[in-house]
Write a protein that binds this ligand. Structure first.
Ligand code: SF4
Length: 337
C-alpha cells in the first residue's frame, strides 16, 4: 500500500435549507455535514461510522457529486472535483464507483444481469459489444457467480448474490475508488463476512481504494485500515483501526464500541448506554453537539465547540477532555461570559 493520498476532503459542508410558508422562505438549515476533512491513501480502506442521520451517507454522495456540496473541496487524483463541469465530472465517475446498501433497489428489475453490468461500459463509451459481453462474464466469475447468470434477472438471486452483482457493476469501469455505503447492512450475518472477504480480495487484485460507510463498528473493523467516527454532521474521532478499537478516546466512540458484541461468552463487557436520541440536526446543541448525551460533560462542553486535533500520531479527536487547547478554550469561554 502506498501512502499517497488518492482523495483529500477539506471543510466539506452540506446544509439543506428548511423552507416554510407559501413563499417557501428559508427559515433555517439542516447541517447534515458540517466542516468535515479527511484523506484516503491509495490502496487503503477508510471506514466512516456513526448512527443514522450523522451525515456519513451524505458525505459519500458529495464525494461523487451526486449531491452538490454547500462548501468545501474534494480533491481526487490531483483534480478538484468541486470545480469540474458536469461533463468532466461524468467522465471522472469512471474512476469513482459506488456500491449501495440495497442491491435490489439499485438493480433494474426489468434488465438482465448482462444489461445491468454492460451499462457502465456503454455510458463511458468503453469496449465494443463483443468485448463488453466477454467482460460481463469474466466479472461475474470474479465476484463468485457464473457466466450463465448473465441472462437472469435480479429477482432470481439471493441478497448476497445481488450484492455481488452490485460489486461487479462497480468494478466494470476499472475504478480507482469505490464508495461502499452500508454494503452489507441488509444481509444476514453469515453472508456479511463472505461479501466482506470478497471485497478484501478484490481490493488486493485490483489495487482498489475503499471508503466503507457503516453504522456498525464491528463490521468496519473487519475491513478498515483507518476509521472516522461521525456524530451529527461532524467527524469526532479518526484513527488507525487497531488504535481506535484498543484506545478509543471520544466518549461517543467508546459508547459505540461498548455495543459491539465480543465472540467470547466468558468475556463480560460493560455497555455504555447513551441517554436520549440523536438531537435534531436542524437545531443542534450548542458547543459540543454530543454534550446532551455525554457521560463526561463539563461546563465548557455546552459553550465551546471542540476542534478535531491530533492527540497521538495519526489519532485525532474532537473532545475537550483531550484538547491541549483546553486552556485557550476556557479563556475563550471566560471571555464570552
Ligand atoms: Fe463529552 Fe465534552 Fe468531550 Fe463533548 S467535549 S464529548 S461533551 S467531554
Amino acid at each position: 500500500m502506498t501512502t499517497k493520498p488518492l482523495l483529500k476532503v477539506e471543510g466539506l459542508k452540506k446544509y439543506f435549507p428548511i423552507k416554510k410558508g407559501i413563499l417557501g422562505r428559508t427559515v433555517g438549515y439542516v447541517k447534515a455535514v458540517d466542516d468535515v476533512s479527511f484523506y484516503v491513501n491509495e490502496g487503503e480502506t477508510l471506514g466512516i461510522v456513526g448512527e443514522s442521520g450523522c451525515g456519513k451517507s451524505t458525505t459519500g454522495r458529495m464525494l461523487m457529486r451526486l449531491l452538490e456540496p454547500t462548501e468545501g473541496k474534494v480533491e481526487f487524483d490531483g483534480k478538484d472535483l468541486t470545480s469540474l463541469s458536469t461533463e468532466e465530472m461524468r467522465k471522472t465517475r469512471r474512476d469513482i464507483q459506488m456500491v449501495f446498501q440495497d442491491p435490489y433497489a439499485s438493480l433494474n428489475p426489468r434488465h438482465t444481469i448482462e444489461k445491468i453490468l454492460e451499462e457502465p461500459l456503454i455510458v463511458h463509451g468503453l469496449d465494443n459489444s463483443k468485448e463488453r459481453k466477454k467482460k460481463v462474464r469474466e466479472f461475474l466469475e470474479i465476484v463468485g457467480l457464473s457466466a450463465y447468470h448473465a441472462k437472469r434477472y435480479p429477482h432470481q438471486f439471493s441478497g448476497g448474490q445481488r450484492q455481488r452483482i452490485g460489486i461487479a457493476r462497480a468494478l466494470m469501469t476499472n475504478p480507482k475508488l469505490i464508495i461502499a455505503d452500508e454494503p452489507v447492512s441488509a444481509l444476514d450475518v453469515s453472508i456479511q463476512s463472505q461479501v466482506l472477504n470478497l471485497m478484501q480480495d478484490l481490493q488486493k487484485e485490483f489495487n482498489l481504494t475503499y471508503i466503507f460507510i457503516a453504522h456498525d463498528l464491528g463490521v468496519v473493523r473487519h475491513i478498515s485500515d483507518r476509521v472516522g467516527v461521525m456524530y451529527l454532521g461532524k467527524m469526532v474521532e479518526m484513527a488507525d483501526s487497531e488504535q481506535l478499537y484498543l484506545k478509543a478516546l471520544h466518549p461517543y466512540t467508546q459508547a459505540l464500541l461498548s455495543a459491539v458484541p465480543v465472540p467470547d461468552p466468558d468475556f463480560k463487557k460493560e455497555q455504555i448506554l447513551l441517554e436520549g436520541d440523536i438531537p435534531n440536526p436542524a437545531n443542534p446543541p450548542s458547543g459540543c453537539t454530543f454534550h446532551t448525551r455525554c457521560p463526561h460533560k463539563m461546563e465548557i462542553c455546552t459553550k465551546v465547540t471542540p476542534r478535531l486535533t491530533e492527540h497521538d500520531s495519526g489519532h485525532s479527536v474532537a473532545c475537550h477532555l483531550y484538547s491541549e487547547q483546553v486552556d485557550n478554550d476556557i479563556k475563550q469561554l471566560e471571555g464570552s461570559i
